[in-house]
Design a protein around this ligand. Structure first.
Ligand code: DGL
Length: 276
């Protein structure tokens, strides 16, 4: 892989969910150029094995590097949980050690301590994220006193990917998972939406969640954390181009992507198809 001098920030998700992160990145760091890549053709990743998530994620990162991105953000908890470490440890040194791949679990976890009073928190995520144990493991490093209950919501990503997040049918699945989590630990006073698709369900989640439970989406947290990272890493900051543009790539049909993406972004966009 050729070393790159300057390029855009690459943002990756299995599908549309990462757009909820991208939207906040562009709000907090509007000066940079971005390339978003959604692997919609192979989404969801949530129930896939470690090896498959790793192979898929590796391919997308390689593609974004091939487009000249010095920095790639995995805007996907499942990929952050199952592929990030192997890519950082095994692939980056071989590809180009000067580039960076960052995930979104660590920055989210760092904020947990200030957001709970009872010290009992819940994590909603995909099967893959929850079964990886990544959240409890990372939280224990920063806040060993916090009791973490993870709960997988296997229907939530398909509801979002299929544009059903607003439907009455979604009510059933949202309420069901909230009730299950809170019956497991009634002391929970904060829940992390540990999947980038879930912010589209946030209104419904709010409706069925007891009022005293704080709901924490990741977008703002991740954007602030990247801003902080770039403040501390002038070498990386200087390698990012600053035209304020954003390109969208999907492994699925670009018209489908364009229509669905507009709901996440509140704006019309153009998308291109890419094979991996
Ligand atoms: N949006 C991804 C996440 O944050 C997962 C969606 C999927 O299952 O592909 O975990």
């Amino acid at each position: 892989m050729q070393p790159v001098s300057k390029g855009p920030i690459g943002v990756f998700d299995s599908g549309y969910g990462g757009l909820s992160i991208l939207r906040e990145l562009r709000r907090v760091l509007p000066q940079y150029d971005y390339v978003f890549l959604g692997d919609n053709a192979r989404a969801p990743y949530g129930s896939r094995s470690f090896d498959v998530v790793y192979q898929f994620t590796r391919q997308t990162v390689e593609r974004l590097f091939g487009m000249g991105c010095p920095l790639v953000l995995l805007a996907c908890n499942t990929a952050s949980a199952k592929a990030l470490r192997t890519i950082q440890q095994n692939d980056l040194p071989v590809w180009d050690a000067s580039r960076r791949v960052l995930g979104i679990i660590r920055p989210t976890v760092e904020r947990v301590g200030e957001l709970t009073s009872t010290r009992h928190i819940g994590i909603f995520g995909t099967k893959g994220t929850i079964s990886s144990g990544s959240y409890p493991i990372e939280i224990a490093k920063f806040f060993p006193d916090v009791v973490v209950t993870g709960h997988a919501c296997p229907m939530w990503v398909p509801l979002v990917e299929n544009g059903e997040y607003d439907s009455e049918g979604a009510d059933y699945f949202v309420k069901k998972e909230i009730d299950a989590l809170l019956s497991e630990d009634p002391l929970i006073d904060m829940v992390i939406l540990g999947c980038t698709h879930y912010p589209l369900l946030e209104e419904k989640i709010r409706r069925f969640m007891p009022e005293h439970v704080r709901i924490v989406p990741q977008g703002g947290i991740v954007a602030d954390s990247l801003a902080d990272y770039l403040d501390r890493h002038a070498d990386m900051r200087q390698r990012l181009t600053t035209g304020g543009s954003c390109r969208y790539l999907t492994t699925e049909n670009p018209d489908m992507f364009r229509q669905a993406a507009s709901a996440f972004l509140d704006e019309d966009i153009e998308a291109r198809h890419t094979d991996l």
